[in-house]
Design a protein around this ligand. Sequence first.
Ligand SMILES: NCc1[nH]cc(CCC(=O)O)c1CC(=O)O
Length: 314
Amino acid sequence: MSTTKPAQRVIRIATRKSDLAMWQAKYVQAELLKHHPDLSVELLPMSTQGDRILDTPLAKIGGKGLFIKELEIAMQNGEADIAVHSMKDIPVAFPDGFGLHAICERENPFDAFVSNSFESIEALPQGAVVGTSSLRRQCQLRAFRDDLVIKDLRGNVNTRLAKLDAGQYDAIILAAAGLIRLGMRDRIKQEVSADLSLPAVGQGAVGIECRNDDAELIELVAALNHTATATRVKAERAMNAKLEGGCQVPIGSYAVINGNLLLLRGLVGTPDGKTMLKSQVEGPLIDAEKIGQAVANELLTKGAREILDSLGND
Ligand SMILES: NCc1[nH]cc(CCC(=O)O)c1CC(=O)O
């Protein structure tokens, strides 16, 4: 047995600076240290173009990739080793040389109804103003309650809550996971069921990206992979990839596991909620990716392509 210890490796995590991104980076830092106590893990907080341009719809400025490009450049330059992302916010494909090397255990995957005056979506009065910038949430809310007025709501979680508290909305819809991670579970008045609002691809899960050429790092990071979450998210992302669901489209995709079976539900709709295509496929866990493609194919057969193309998702 060798008596010399390998040199202590330092892992630098590139992260966005929002409270949620910092929470997620610190979570991964703690998990890495739990699995590999000899590591040294540092944070490199960065601001990205996506964080700086807050007043333009994301689709117009280049979509989700904008939130991670700077982090990838830092990894390419050797200033950082890994990047931590909300799985919901990252595109299906990574740039050459980069990959997703772990998906951590999923937090609550559902949408949350938050209001200072009303207890639930059902309890909102006629014509109530609800804040969300997600076309997926807008579509499903309108399909459920076509009287509601949907008003744009951007910014990080705290900004959105501040706008609600300032009286600009009767209620807002956020991801439950973000609120829970930031210690604001008590702001959730209602967890919105998947029947009413099918979650976004990967919602509630955190992923770790790094370069594909660092085998030692990839092995260290793999210890944080949560198999069930990774399988669910793989199916959800395979559906999205097949639909070429770009940045801002009303797509929901949500997988659950029952024993050896995975059930994936998919949804494509129009922002006005007047058309909502739904499909679900169940199959063996090992077929997660095929199940995702099968749900996408069913949605395409029902007319998803026309909806997605009409939204400029080319
Ligand atoms: N689009 C922003 C975003 N990205 C990730 C989360 C938190 C939940 C998650 O990890 O999926 C949120 C907030 C929200 O949608 O309310």
